[in-house]
Design a protein around this ligand. Sequence first.
Ligand SMILES: NC(=O)c1ccc[n+]([C@@H]2O[C@H](COP(=O)([O-])OP(=O)(O)OC[C@H]3O[C@@H](n4cnc5c(N)ncnc54)[C@H](OP(=O)(O)O)[C@@H]3O)[C@@H](O)[C@H]2O)c1
Length: 284
Amino acid sequence: MIYIMTNKKPSQLTAHSTISLNNGIKMPIVGYGTWKILPNSSARKAVGSALSVGYRNIDTARIYLNEKGVGKAIQKSKVDRKELFVSTKLWNSDQGYDKTSKAFDKSLKRLGLDYVDMYLMHWPVPEKRLESWRAMVEIYKSGRAKAIGVCNFTEEHLADLISHSDIVPMVNQVEFHPFLYQKMLLEYCQENKIIVEAYSPLAHGRRMQDPVLCEIAAKHAKHVVQVMLRWNIQLGNVVIPKSTSLERMQDNLDLFDFELDKSDMEQIENLNENYRTCWDPTGM
Ligand SMILES: NC(=O)c1ccc[n+]([C@@H]2O[C@H](COP(=O)([O-])OP(=O)(O)OC[C@H]3O[C@@H](n4cnc5c(N)ncnc54)[C@H](OP(=O)(O)O)[C@@H]3O)[C@@H](O)[C@H]2O)c1
């Protein structure tokens, strides 16, 4: 098991722990996902609640159509902007060198921010991703995105990108949960100092009844979702669960009063069945 990216042991982590990206920027290890939270008024309310219960890392995207609501919640919140880590993403139809810069400016405007903490490429669009990355590097160097990264990149996509750029992505946001344990990809990312940010870390809520997870949860007197999130964190990953319920938002942050042991970790790893709830970038 690898704990390379934080200097802390799993027992020392808290809901406010951060991980250092390869450029030194600190990213909270638990974030809040906002996919499917629509319309903007709902996103504003949900993100406002998430901030009030302690989330400091907020993940949105241009294609989620809720950047305005996310931005309003941030502006309304009493949390200092410097304490927040806000990510948004470049959508596929906006890829290409010129279009990327324009899409970024529009996202920033919708969010009502003068910088984002991270700008992510949403998908490894063939023929476009390298020129889009070139524009993202310029945005990063201008200081308007404190970090840049990618989503849904396989080892092959990453190797290709790295060989064409002096900037290694700081993050690869991919689907990652016990039923999709992407071990080789995780190892590749860790070797190259790329943080894996686990999306759909609860497998979209579809596998809550799994008997192995239920047994491990009972052993620690925790909920299955907390076991799923804790497993990802102990692997060195960032997690971004989504919930619109205040109680579940709190549950999804309550991960730091227990620790999975070696046997728990191994049993969970064995649940892998390459089960994807979202899209599959293999072969793109
Ligand atoms: N880059 C990409 O391509 C990509 C793709 C997919 C997702 N993402 C990001 O990752 C985030 C998370 O992924 P996701 O939204 O797909 O799925 P997820 O976080 O794995 O699961 C969300 C589902 O689980 C339920 N849930 C949440 N907490 C729960 C709890 N404590 N107990 C029981 N059920 C619970 C939610 O329902 P309620 O809301 O009713 O609680 C919702 O139906 C997204 O919101 C998005 O920001 C990125």
